[in-house]
Every structure is written in C-alpha cells, then in structure tokens.
Write a protein that binds this ligand. Structure first.
Ligand code: KIV
Ligand code: NA
Length: 265
C-alpha cells in the first residue's frame, strides 16, 4: 500500500476526519498503522517511554531513534516526528538543520513544532526548503514553564484571540496541518472554521478536521490520563494480569510445561 502523502492530508480539510495516534516503537507502529492516516512520533515519549517529568529534556537523538523505528513499522500512514525543545526555536537555520537530520535519519515525511505567530517565519523557511511542517498551537507542552501548567487554553478573550491569530499565522506560513491542543471547545471550532489547512484536535472539539491521542493514553497504559482522553482498552490491567499469572506459574513450577521445553533428539 502506498503511504499517505502530505498533499493528500492537506486535501482532507473539511472532508473525512483524519485519524492520528502517537507511536514510538516498531510494534506499536505495526499495530496502529492500518487504522491511522498519520502516526506522530510525539515528544510525549519523554514522559510515556522515559519517565521524564516533561517533554523539555527530550533530545534530537531520541526523536531520531524512535522516528526511524516507527517508519520501519509502518507502510500506510504518514509519519510525522516532533521537533524536541531546543532544536528549532533559536532560528530558522537551526530548525532546518534539525529537521533535515530528522527527515534524513528517520525517513519520516515531515516534522511538527510548537508555537504560533513567533514560529511562522521558521515554518515558512522550512516549507520553502522541502520540509513539510505540522504546527501545534493552544496548549504547547514545551512552554509549560511559561504557561504555568497544562490547563485548558482560551478562557480569556485575550488568550482566545491570540490562539486564533497563532493558528492563522502558522497556516498562512505554510503549515500543512495544525494540532490544536487543550483549547476550549468553541475556540477549537473557530480555529477549524477559519484556518485553511486541516486542524487536528486533542482536548479540542469534534468539529476539528481530525483527532489525535497519545496511544498509551487511549490504551490505558499510562498512569495519568487527562480529562480529554477516552480509554478504549485497559492494557495496564491485561499486562498486570499476565505478569501475575506468569509469576504464579514460575513459583508453582508449572511454567515451563511440556509444550515449552525441548525434548532430547
Ligand atoms: O507529543 C505528542 O504526543 C503530541 C500530541 C499529543 C499532539 O504532541
Ligand atoms: Na509533542
């Protein structure tokens, strides 16, 4: 099957909703790929895979290693890799060097970066040089220190207007899609209506052009799940039950059984 392309994703504005999930590893990519339009190698892997306190310590090396694994495990979905904190904010040149490394080392089709009007010149710079950019506005976790937490955005008129302006600016700069995270529902609705490229929501609105969740959250694999996550499975429970059954059988010497041991020739 041919992989979905960036222009094909862009063309889905206002059409069939885009299905996006995060993936960090090859097996998860293989399992999610048939069901998704886009696989995001999110810097949320900092917390989810590495137990870090935020996404801030995530490195380009980590994103490249996991990005390559997800590309190897997928055939159908467009793969997008997050630019980690500190790898793109200083200048368009810095962003291009980081993005070029990500695309070259992983085989992903594009990158995602956080920020609105401030990042618009960088998005235009990358886009003009062959790097498709997915933007990310609203609650931008790499700015947790400036924002003071992970609460929903857009509750004041000033913040509401700023986020609409951010979404417009990144789309006009050439972003092929925009993630709108943790914004109040009417704001997400406004962004989806006013921005020309697909808006992909997380903690946003069903009116968006698509949805994204962290796979581990919706699978019930991560300890803390925010309000906007719906749990579609309880994999933590399944893993706990399996480990408990294994432990009991090892202790009772009933594992390995006859089927799991090698007979002499
Ligand atoms: O890092 C991530 O997983 C993300 C999504 C939640 C949009 O940026
Ligand atoms: Na991210």
């Amino acid at each position: 099957m041919k992989r979905l392309t960036v222009p094909a994703v862009r063309a889905r504005k206002g059409g069939e909703p885009l299905v996006m999930l995060t993936a960090y590893t090859v097996r998860m990519a293989q399992l999610l790929d048939p069901h998704c339009d886009i696989l995001l190698v999110g810097d949320s892997l900092g917390q989810v895979i590495y137990g870090l306190p935020s996404t801030l310590p995530v490195t380009l090396d980590m994103m490249c290693a996991h990005g390559a694994a997800v590309v190897r495990g997928s055939y159908h979905a467009l793969v997008i890799v997050d630019m980690p904190f500190g790898s793109y904010e200083a200048s368009p040149d810095q962003a291009f060097a980081s993005a070029a490394r990500i695309l070259a080392e992983t085989g992903a089709a594009g990158v995602k970066l956080e920020g609105g009007e401030t990042m618009a010149p960088t998005i235009a710079f990358l886009t003009a040089r062959g790097v498709p950019v997915m933007a990310h506005v609203g609650l931008t976790p790499q700015s947790v220190n400036a924002l003071g937490g992970y609460g929903a955005r857009g509750r004041t008129n000033e913040e509401h207007s700023r986020i609409v302006a951010d979404a417009r600016a990144v789309a006009e700069a050439g972003a092929f899609s925009v993630v709108a995270e943790g914004v109040i529902e009417p704001l997400a609705r406004t962004i989806a209506a006013e921005v020309a490229c697909p808006v992909i929501g997380i903690g946003a609105s069903a009116a968006c052009d698509g949805q994204v969740l962290v796979a581990e959250d919706m699978l019930g694999l991560f300890e803390r799940t925010p309000r906007f996550v719906k749990r579609y499975a309880d994999m933590a429970g399944m893993i706990g039950d399996a480990a408990a059954a294994y432990a009991a059988e090892v202790r009772a010497r009933t594992f390995p059984g006859p089927d799991q041991v090698y007979a002499p020739k």
